[in-house]
Every structure is written in structure tokens, then in C-alpha cells.
Design a protein around this ligand. Structure first.
Ligand SMILES: [Zn+2]
Length: 221
């Protein structure tokens, strides 16, 4: 998170386009709400196309199966943003697209906020599968917001209280939930905004190094 993986994905997309390769870009319908630290958009992405921040148009889809149906026969490169939010069918989709001779490029978070391999929504498997299928993988680091060191972890913070209009966030328990795309969007939106303080996100994420990252209630072994 905050490591520049989207920028790296888009850099590769742009290079492919310069090389006159046909590229299609995909992102899951929910991902745009998990990156903002304070201001989360109050709308959900229902549109089939959405502009990414640097002007690349992405297909916004709910399920991995939709990627297969939208990829056109002459597409050379399929780029997928925030792949950790897609369902397990993405594994099959990658296999099928590869067999068709297409290159598949994923950007994803490999760890959840507990520092465990990110679970593939709706399954007991993790995104480690995608890494195992890759010809190449690149692990990027962010900057720890606490101390400035290299950060490899996502700190999840939950809204505890609001004092005089200022939110107080505290580290999320190990036993909190990992948000997945399997949940309906309406429920997710309700969870994201605290009931009585709709202007503040119920939880936020920030990049932290190993020393500054903390997970209350984490089991010893
Ligand atoms: Zn730190």
C-alpha cells in the first residue's frame, strides 16, 4: 500500500502502448475506497469504465470472470490493478489468458494488515498463488509514516472516537476482518463509515515499517 505499485503498473502499460501493443486495464469495483486515508469517496463505482488518476481508462468489474468476457481477441497485454480483491477465478483467468498468448500484469497487495499472505476473497487460498504463477515479480516498499524507514506493511487503524471534530484512530485487532470483495457493496459502504460520524472513515490504512507496525491481540505463534 502506498508503494507506487499502481504507478509501476501504469508505467508498464504506457510502455506497452508506445510499443503499439494493445492493452486492456482492469480494476475491481471496490478498490478505490481502501486507499484514501481520510477522505473516502461517498459514491461507488458502478460504471464500466473509470479514469485512473493518470488518465488510463480501466474496466471496473466486480468479478474475475468478467475480465475474460471483456478481453478482446487482439489484446496483447491484460493489466489488473488491486488483484488481491478479485475472487479465486482470477487464477483460472490468468491461465486462460496466458494460453491465448497474452501477457498478464498484476498489481497487488501481498499481505493483509496482520502481515499474513493476503487471502483471496471467498476462498482459503492466498495471493501467493499469483506470485507462484508469475514469470517476474517486483516487490515495492513504501515509506513508514511514523519513522520514515522502508515500509512493507499496511497498518490498519479503526475509528475509536471523535474529539472536538478530530478523529482518534487506534490499531485494529488481529481478530478484525480483512475486507474482501465478496461482500456486497452496500454492506461495505455501511461498514466503512461509522454510523454516527459519517464524515470519518471507520477505518483507514497507512504504510509502516516492521518496527512501527502493530497488531493488538496477535497470537504468539
Ligand atoms: Zn517505522
Amino acid at each position: 500500500m502506498f508503494s507506487g505499485k499502481t504507478e509501476e503498473l501504469l508505467r508498464r502499460v504506457r510502455r506497452a502502448k508506445i510499443a503499439r501493443r494493445k492493452v486492456q486495464l482492469f480494476k475491481p469495483a471496490i478498490d478505490n475506497r481502501y486507499h484514501a486515508t481520510q477522505v473516502l469517496p461517498h459514491f461507488l463505482a458502478h460504471a464500466s469504465d473509470e479514469k485512473l488518476q493518470v488518465g488510463e481508462v480501466a474496466h471496473v468489474v466486480l468479478q474475475a470472470r468478467e475480465i475474460l468476457s471483456l478481453v478482446e481477441p487482439d489484446t496483447d497485454l491484460v493489466a489488473i490493478e488491486e488483484a488481491q480483491f478479485f475472487d479465486i477465478f482470477l487464477t483460472e483467468a490468468i491461465r486462460i489468458l496466458s494460453r491465448q498468448g497474452k501477457d498478464v500484469l498484476l498489481s497487488l497487495l501481498d499481505q493483509d494488515y496482520r502481515r499474513l499472505p493476503f487471502p483471496i476473497p471467498g476462498s482459503d487460498r492466498t495471493v501467493g498463488e499469483y506470485l507462484a504463477m508469475a514469470h517476474e515479480s517486483l516487490k515495492l516498499s513504501a515509506i513508514c509514516v511514523v519513522c520514515g524507514a522502508e515500509a512493507h506493511h499496511s497498518q490498519k487503524l479503526v475509528l475509536k472516537a471523535v474529539h472536538e471534530g478530530k478523529p482518534e484512530y487506534v490499531p485494529a485487532s488481529y481478530y478484525g476482518e480483512t475486507v474482501t470483495v465478496g461482500t456486497s457493496q452496500d454492506i461495505l459502504q455501511e461498514k466503512l463509515f461509522a454510523d454516527n460520524q459519517p464524515e470519518f472513515a471507520q477505518f483507514v490504512y497507512e504504510a509502516r515499517c516492521r518496527n512501527c507496525h502493530t497488531v493488538p491481540d496477535e497470537p504468539e505463534s
